[in-house]
Structures are given as C-alpha cells and as structure tokens.
Design a protein around this ligand. Sequence first.
Ligand SMILES: [Fe+2]
Length: 226
Amino acid sequence: MHRVDIHSHILPGVDDGAASIEETLAMLQGAKQAGFEAVIATPHLKRIDADINRIREAYQSAKPLFAAQGLDLYLGFECHYRLLLDWQPAALRPFCLGGGNVLLLEFPWNGLPLQWERSINELQKVGLEIVIAHPERYAPVQADQSIAVRMVQIGCELQLSAGSLTGGLFSKERVCALGLLKAGLIHYLASDAHGAADYPAYAWVNTKYGHLISGGALLNTFGDQV
Ligand SMILES: [Fe+2]
C-alpha cells in the first residue's frame, strides 16, 4: 500500500503553508514519521492570475530534496470553486493532483454556491474526478450531513483534514467530521498541513480515526507531468 498525503501546503513560500525551505524540510520529516510514502503538494489556487510558474519552480526545487529522503513529491493544487467563474471546466485539468484527472476542489466555507451540483457535473463531463476538500469545514454541511451524502451520490470523494479533529471538543468542524467518518462518507484523511506541527497532529488523528476511512489513502497511479 502506497500511502499518499493528498492535501498538503508543503511547498515553501507559495501560499499560507510552509514559509521557508527549512519549514518544508521539517514537514517532510513529519510526513515520513507519520508513515507517508508520498506527498502531493497542493498550494491554494484561488485566482486566475496566480503565479503558477513560481509554484512549479518551487515544486521542481523541492522534489530532489524529497527524493533524497525516500519520499515522492507530486504537484497538485487546491482549486477554489471561484476559479469556475473565470475558467471553463476543462481549463482546470492542468491543476489536477499529480498530473492525473483528480481535482481537489474547495468550496467557500460559509455557504455552498446554489449551483454547486451543476458545477461538479460540468467538471465530471470533461473527465475530471472530484475530491472535495474538507467538507466538514463548510457551514451548510455542518448544519446538514445529507449534503455530504449528496456529494458522494453524485460521484465525488470526500477528503477530511486531520486538523478538523484536533480543535475544540465541541467545535462544529469536529462534530461534523466525526459524523461524516462514522457515516462512512470520508474517502481520504489528509494532513492539509500548513506547518511542521500539523504532521504529528495528523499521525495522532490517523491512529485514532484512520480505521473509519472508507477505502482511501491508496493513490499510486499518479503521473508526474506537472
Ligand atoms: Fe488546504
């Protein structure tokens, strides 16, 4: 089994994740200790005018450092829904995880767009598979678990962020995350790490709740085109 962290802000200086190469290296060690064999770096992609080249350069520079430690590094993006306001669905393909056809999609946290189902359908029609980033952080899902059921029904996979389970005992995202896990709706547990402390937190969450993940954490078919 090839254990892959499918959501991590591990690249230095490209978003609100690792601030320096030193922090990236500390995260790399944490990822190894947490048992990952590969990490997909998923910087935020929220704006059409984002500096993609800078992200690709950061990835190319980091990749050999990971290889030297026996860890595969892939590039993907955490694509925000708002990109679809400017781009056609097919234009998101280059930003899929590891150069494949799986898109990590983030929605606004405070409210799903009215046409969210139709948008997912349009992405699927151009051949993209959708993994929804941290549904437990979206207010409508916190209020109504059936929205997550609907996401799975229309063919999406759901990715839980480990940090959602390390906050306050009764935080809305923690309560929601536990509900989704117990309902068997979560396909991937990812670190969504923004710093070195997030990997030990992931390891703790994985030990405690990893058995509730339904079939995820097995992604070994990535290309490496990006
Ligand atoms: Fe993220």
